[in-house]
Ligand binder design. Structure first.
Ligand SMILES: Nc1ncnc2c1ncn2[C@@H]1O[C@H](COP(=O)(O)OP(=O)(O)OP(=O)(O)O)[C@@H](O)[C@H]1O
Ligand SMILES: [Mg+2]
Length: 552
């Protein structure tokens, strides 16, 4: 429990538990890792594609360059005069690699003697030519039999003479091939040498791919640096985003835990405007509803205890007095026993009321619904209370319809409602006053205007049921009335406008809350108003308690 208290302090809504490191299994860890994974995969795919493209481009450029070199050299070899083959002037638009390749063309043919070959003028003699090249292009001149007539002094790629490119050139075509040797990768290009349509040999040029590879390696290392930086930045960004996402969740978790421990006062801050904010808002309204329920429950228990204590204390006092000798006086004894009987009746009525309300809360109120004549039921209840009215010197008048008003309902429960409304009216009527009871029916349209005329009352729920007509029962008295501010509160449990006076009259403040539960369970509504809408306490304005039920 202590650790909970400690964590409670760090959980405060303002701070949030955001400083914890991201665990890979936690939401934050998962978010950051997936963010990183996406960046790494994207960078790898882009890098691989880019490197492939650059490589293809460089190899193409190299191949073009080798081909033009080879054509120039071949032309020089086959001409009759000594020729110096110069590279074309580098174009500023060319990149370094292309310029270097063009420079490779500085091949000098010191002498040529395709004609000086002894018997066979088609043969190239090894002594007949001198080629120089300072640069790494490797040159081999083959005679028509495939024997080398000239080879650059530099170490070249192994097997160049027998390469597919050389063979293709000796067969009369242009050969291109990539070679791999201990001294690296090479690109070879071979052209046939023809004199007057006759194949006299082949010229094979090979260029190391080290330039291309170094460019590719350079590009790769830059790409890796960029990828590292991007991963770092996106990781940091992912962490910030994940924190912003996880923070309200941690706050929600802390609040849910506190709620579970019975702390309904711990609020959840709603800081953002996203889905988590909606969740927090929903949680917050749930917390407020729970808080309200909890307060109502606590209030209810304290009210119940109070209501039970009053008659019990009375009974205890009466019993003690009887024990102290009052038993011996028959007159006192009878009056005390009668009082005990009254207090016990009050207790029984209270427990029955509480039971009814609890069942209504649990939607477990069993109604024995039957088709009944509401007008008859109202008249019957009024007749039952006539003696009571006479006792109070109050006149009871009924203006109920003579025709039948048929409703579906539990007669006992509806009578219970009527009895309470009449009891309230009688209790609050002045001596010599009167109470009027009316019953009528109205159409759904009339109900709508009636409802619109009573904006003070929140008639919960939808009344547009299949009911076409509604029965309206009104109980009107000319007592002190109920101020507008209290007209809705009288339906709260144990609510009494004037607790000391109302309790003296035997009321526990449950009658109207039970009436409301019963009427609503019958598909109707109940409300109270003091006849003058702008009641200011002048002249006893009286009270009008009304309820409606669907006719059917
Ligand atoms: N006709 C009325 N005139 C003036 N005040 C009324 C009238 N009807 C109800 N009230 C007020 O509303 C309160 C609640 O009425 P409700 O019927 O719920 O309880 P009660 O009559 O006090 O007790 P119970 O009905 O449980 O015996 C009453 O205590 C009273 O203050
Ligand atoms: Mg009452």
């Amino acid at each position: 429990m202590e650790s909970d208290t400690n964590s409670g302090t760090t959980d405060s809504p303002g701070e949030g538990k955001t400083s914890r490191p991201a665990r890979p299994s936690g939401l934050r860890g998962k978010l950051v890792l997936s963010h990183l994974a996406v960046i790494i995969v994207a960078m790898t795919l882009t890098g691989a594609g880019l490197l492939t493209l650059v490589r293809a481009y460089l190899l193409n450029a190299l191949q073009d360059s080798l081909e033009s070199q080879a054509q120039l050299v071949a032309a020089a070899l086959l001409s009759d005069a000594g020729v110096q083959v110069q590279p074309p002037a580098p174009d500023p638009a060319y990149n370094t690699l292309q310029q270097q390749q063009i420079a490779n063309l500085a091949v000098q043919i010191q002498s040529q003697s395709f004609t000086t070959g002894a018997d066979d003028p088609a043969l190239l003699g090894p002594e007949s030519i001198r080629l120089t090249s300072d640069l790494p292009t490797y040159v081999v001149v083959l005679n028509s039999l495939g024997d080398p007539v000239y080879e650059s002094g530099l170490p070249g790629p192994p097997g160049l003479r027998h390469s597919a490119a050389a063979k293709a050139a000796l067969a009369g075509g242009t050969g291109r091939t990539l070679l791999r040797g201990e001294n690296g990768d090479w690109m070879a290009l071979a052209l046939p040498l023809r004199r007057e349509q006759e194949l006299v040999g082949a010229l094979v040029l090979a260029h190391p791919l080290s330039d291309v590879n170094s460019v590719l390696n350079d590009t790769l290392s830059r790409l890796l640096q960029a990828a590292g930086l991007a991963a770092l930045l996106s990781g940091a960004l992912g962490l910030i985003l994940a924190r912003r996402l996880v923070r309200p969740l941690s706050q929600l978790t802390a609040a849910a835990r506190r709620l579970g421990e019975g702390d309904y006062e711990y609020p959840v801050p709603v800081e953002t405007h996203d889905e988590i904010a909606s969740l927090s808002a929903a949680f917050e309204s749930m917390r407020e509803a729970l808080l309200h329920t909890e307060r109502t429950r606590a209030q209810f228990i304290s009210d119940v205890s109070h209501e039970l204590r009053t008659p019990l204390t009375g009974i205890k006092g009466l019993v003690e007095t009887l024990q102290d000798g009052a038993l011996d006086d028959p007159q006192v004894r009878d009056s005390f026993v009668a009082s005990i009987g009254q207090e016990t009746d009050r207790l029984i009525r209270l427990t029955q009321d509480l039971l009814t309300l609890t069942r209504a809360d649990e939607h477990a109120l069993e109604l024995r619904v039957d088709r009944l004549d509401l007008a008859k039921l109202v008249r019957g209840t009024v007749d039952r209370l006539r003696p009571e009215a006479e006792k109070h010197n109050v006149q009871l008048e009924v203006s109920a319809l003579e025709m039948e008003v048929s409703v579906q309902g539990d007669p006992d429960r509806l009578e219970q409602v009527m009895l309470n409304l009449l009891d309230n009216a009688l209790k609050n009527s002045p001596q010599g006053g009167s109470v009027k009871v009316g019953i009528s029916t109205i159409s759904a349209r009339e109900l709508a205007s009636l409802r619109a005329a009573q904006p003070r009352f929140s008639w919960s729920g939808n009344l547009e049921g299949p009911a076409r007509r509604w029965a309206v029962v009104r109980v009107v008295d000319w007592g002190p009335g109920i101020s507008p501010a209290l007209q809705e509160r009288v339906f709260d449990r144990f609510f009494r406008a004037d607790p000391s006076r109302d309790r003296d009259r035997g009321g526990s403040g449950l009658g109207l809350s039970i009436a409301k539960a019963l009427i609503e369970q019958h598909g109707g509504r109940i409300w109270i108003e003091s006849p003058t809408p702008d009641w200011e306490g002048a002249n006893p304005p009286g009270t009008q308690a009304s309820f409606i039920l669907p006719v059917g």
